[in-house]
Design a protein around this ligand. Structure first.
Ligand SMILES: [Zn+2]
Length: 437
């Protein structure tokens, strides 16, 4: 599947927090999510309290432009939705330059590009334009600033997010819990931030549907919606889900040509951090502290009252960030797919991991039960057998055992599964760390 072509479909849409184009975006994502993910859109009523926040209104822009009093148009929303500060209040005024200027935003470093800015909560109005356009505007003229915007509070269509879930082979195992994979849909006309994360997440979902996780694994939930407030609104409306969540991955800015950077969980040395290190150990990548800029949805998942360990994966920084230069020209299929490879490997290990708890006493009669490993076949595993068997007391996950014995995770898991098949160990789920209030 070509991820860049999916990205091209959602790129031109006016994807603000809640808007008709956001609905379209969520629909397009749904059309690419695997059928069995049972992808569903949820709507929430604007103004409804969600924890300490409020569900935002739906934003409608009928038209917006900036022209001189003689009718020369310098900026038109119809040309590019970045031309207004997202969630600008309505305005229709004739202003002298001095009064207009505080409402104009440009990017000094990229004078040809239109910056993207937003004022979702502390609202005012403003236009974003190329510095080159700004420089061309005569200072001795008056300007007509027009933004015909509306803020809708109807419960439907309301404020929307969407999610789908991929279960392991054999169906869901509620005791095993879930992983949550997130990417945000809300930056208008921005390719890398974060339409890129969205298509990377779709790719991971498709791979997990095509080659399901082993029986007994966690289910993997894929979430799409506006950043921060979308996650808050979703979790606040689905609180019973929180204790089921074992870990999360926030994916963003995965398509530009830079190496993978990942940010630790708030816990810093959680199982998820160690699995991420294991997956990336022989690759060129950057490792960063929790919430080292930029940080968004992972702060919600890792945050108070939720406390689900969540890493973020991105390819930040990049110069085109939050401008019209963040477009298809800087998107690379191999980068989008490469980020999916990393996320997929982390998910496959984290979600298939469990705590093997012994049911036997004394050293197991290995050859009598077909559990002996010949050193000719696998020297490292042969040497590790005793150390593996000593770690079935309910304190170590398979990943811990692999880490402590220096074995490959999948080799270790396959061997532990043989003990399980004989009834010598019972799988215990990775415990939830989630806060319940
Ligand atoms: Zn952003």
């Amino acid at each position: 599947m070509n991820l860049k072509s999916i990205l091209a479909e959602i790129l031109p849409l006016h994807r603000t927090l809640a808007s008709d184009d956001m609905d379209k975006t969520l629909e397009i994502i749904g059309s690419y999510m695997p059928r069995q993910s049972n992808y569903m859109v949820e709507s929430y009523t604007p103004g409804a309290p969600v924890w300490t926040w409020k569900v935002p209104e739906r934003y409608v822009v009928h038209e917006a432009y900036l022209e001189s009093e003689t009718g020369q148009r310098f900026v038109d929303f119809a040309d590019n939705p970045l031309h207004i500060i997202s969630y600008s209040l309505p305005v229709d005024q004739l202003l002298p330059w001095e009064e207009l200027e505080p409402h104009l935003r440009y990017n000094e470093k990229r004078p040809w590009a239109i910056p993207w800015e937003f004022k979702y909560y502390d609202r005012s109005w403003g236009f974003c334009l190329a510095k080159e356009t700004f420089d061309r505007m005569p200072r001795d003229k008056k300007y007509r600033a027009v933004i015909r915007s509306e803020f809708l509070t109807d419960p439907e269509p309301g404020f929307r997010v969407a999610a789908g879930i991929i279960h392991p082979e054999g169906g869901p195992v509620p005791a095993a819990g879930e992983m949550l994979i997130q990417s945000h849909t809300c930056h208008p006309m921005q390719a890398n931030d974060d339409a890129a994360g969205v298509v990377t997440a779709i790719e991971v979902a498709r791979r997990l549907a095509e080659k399901p996780l082993p029986p007994g694994s966690m289910s993997v939930r894929f979430w799409f919606g506006p950043e921060t407030i979308g996650t808050i609104a979703y979790l606040a409306h689905n609180e019973p889900l929180i204790p089921a969540l074992r870990a999360g991955i926030f994916l963003e800015m995965t398509g530009n040509q830079s190496k993978i950077a990942w940010h630790h969980t708030r816990q810093h040395d959680d199982l998820l951090d160690r699995i991420t290190q294991y997956v990336l150990k022989s690759t060129d990548h950057e490792e960063r502290e929790f919430a080292a800029a930029p940080a968004n949805d992972e702060r919600v998942l890792n945050g108070p009252g939720v406390n689900v360990p969540c890493i973020s994966i991105n390819r930040w920084p990049y110069d085109e960030y939050h401008t019209t230069d963040d477009n298809l020209a800087i998107m690379h299929e191999d980068m989008l797919q490469g980020a999916a490879d990393v996320a997929e490997q982390i998910i496959r290990i984290y979600a298939s991991n469990y705590i093997p708890k012994r049911t036997f006493r004394g050293p197991v009669f290995l050859s009598g039960h077909g559990l002996w490993v010949d050193w000719n076949e696998n020297w490292a595993l042969n040497r590790a057998i005793e150390r593996i068997m000593m770690r079935f007391e309910g304190q170590h996950t398979i990943f811990d055992i692999a880490e402590q014995t220096g074995l490959d995770y999948w080799v270790t898991r396959e061997y532990v599964e043989k003990f399980r098949a004989k009834g010598f160990v019972e799988p215990q789920p990775i415990p939830s760390q989630a806060h319940t209030a």
